[in-house]
Design a protein around this ligand. Structure first.
Ligand SMILES: [Zn+2]
Length: 401
């Protein structure tokens, strides 16, 4: 169902001038990509000529296009309702079933996607994007073997670099997770290396449930899907993260190194888990958040001391520039440079929160979904530029703006 089936033979149709007029206007609106208007007009035509097959098909096609547009605008609820109306009008078909599954996944309701994917794969067992999406929810749900299975079925045909990268990553995970055991808390699926001694995994589960409530409250986000967590020994984690200064990371799953902690590090565990869980929620708000915003906010939300960060920044020589901090802080190999990057990002976020309040930070994250980049979203929400605010912060820290 790519376009409308309505051609230029409108006047020859036997279902009356009024319906054909509405349909003609609906077609113009569809061609102008005004799908909301097209749906409105085709609905009118369909009501006047309910038995006309072509009209029914065109209404369903317009509904599908509108639902895609609503999904692109992150209006998941509207997208789902529109897609369900399309099913009602035109019946189930592969593009609609895929779209309904995708809406659920984007809305972080993975289990609601499953029935739609099952129907889709019954209809087309090798539906490329359907199997890709199925693999994605299996992987995100800590069912690595099932994810590998789904992705292997399409790896050859899909030829997508992104898919192959994901498959390689999942295969590597699968090999590592051979000796893992797992369990569920209310909101988390946790799998831990058998070599990580009790009671650490239990402590992780409890602290994460606390974070679900406390960090969730600050950002106003409570995901419906189960969040996956993997607990490694320090050695395995270091290999995965490729840096020696980190103890946790989030790449769609929370990955932690909590084996062999001393007393003090155990006390830090709650802060580490608030930090990693903050990444989960920031990602829920927008998938287009740059690393320094992610880290600044997560460090702000984990309760790190701003005063200590300011002191370290004042004492440091040259400070990095936010825009130059790259796509992930794990690209920073020096622990000292990484510390400065976290401190600077934290102080920037703290200044914003102090001046405008935390709610505005959430508005900024949401605005990133629609804007060209984080800077453009920043100007929209704060009516000033990142560079200007960064300059003020640097001056406060005794540096060149
Ligand atoms: Zn982080």
């Amino acid at each position: 169902m790519r376009g409308l089936l309505l051609l230029s033979c409108l006047s020859a149709l036997a279902w009356g001038q009024t319906a054909s007029e509405w349909a003609a206007r609906g077609r113009s609106a569809y061609e102008a990509e005004d799908y909301g208007e097209a749906v409105f007009l085709f609905r009118k035509a369909h009501r006047l000529a309910p038995d006309h097959k072509l009209l029914r098909t065109n209404l369903a096609t317009s509904l599908l296009a509108l639902a895609r547009q609503q999904l692109d605008a992150f209006d998941f609820r509207a997208a789902r309702l529109t897609a369900l109306e399309a099913v009602e009008v035109g019946g189930e078909n592969a593009p609609l079933l895929y779209l309904l599954a995708l809406i659920s996944v984007k809305a972080s309701e993975d289990e609601r996607a499953r029935p739609w994917l099952n129907k889709l794969l019954e209809l087309e067992p090798l539906h490329l994007r359907g199997l890709e999406l199925l693999g994605y929810i299996e992987y995100r749900g800590n069912r690595t073997a099932a994810a590998v299975d789904a992705w292997r079925r399409i790896a050859e045909e899909s030829r997508s670099e992104k898919l192959l990268r994901l498959l390689r990553k999942a295969e590597k995970d699968l090999a590592i997770e051979q000796g893992f055991h797992g369990w569920e808390t209310t909101h988390f699926n946790i799998r831990s290396d058998d070599a990580v001694a009790d009671p650490l995994p239990k402590l992780v589960g409890d602290a994460l449930e606390d974070a679900y409530t406390s960090v969730g409250y600050r950002l106003g986000v409570y995901p419906e899907r189960t969040i996956s967590v993997l607990i490694y020994t320090s050695e395995t984690f270091e290999e995965l993260a490729n840096v020696d200064w980190a103890r946790g990371m989030y790449d769609g799953k929370i990955r932690l190194a909590v084996g062999g902690l001393d007393e003090e590090q155990r006390n830090d565990l709650a802060a580490l888990l608030r930090h990693e869980y903050a990444h989960v929620l920031i990602h829920e708000l927008s998938a287009r958040v740059p690393a320094w915003v992610h880290e600044g906010l997560a460090t702000w939300l984990d309760g790190s001391s701003v005063v200590a960060a300011q002191e370290r920044l004042r004492a440091a020589g040259e400070l990095p520039r936010l825009a130059a901090l790259g796509r992930s802080f794990t690209n920073i190999k020096s622990a000292r440079q990484a510390r400065l990057a976290y401190d600077l990002s934290l102080c920037f976020v703290e200044r914003l929160s102090d001046s405008w309040g935390e709610v505005r930070l959430v508005d900024w994250l949401r605005a990133m979904n629609q804007a060209d980049d984080a800077e453009a979203a920043f100007e929209e929400i704060f009516a000033t530029s990142v560079a200007d605010e960064e300059g003020k912060l640097r001056k406060e820290l005794g540096k060149e703006p």
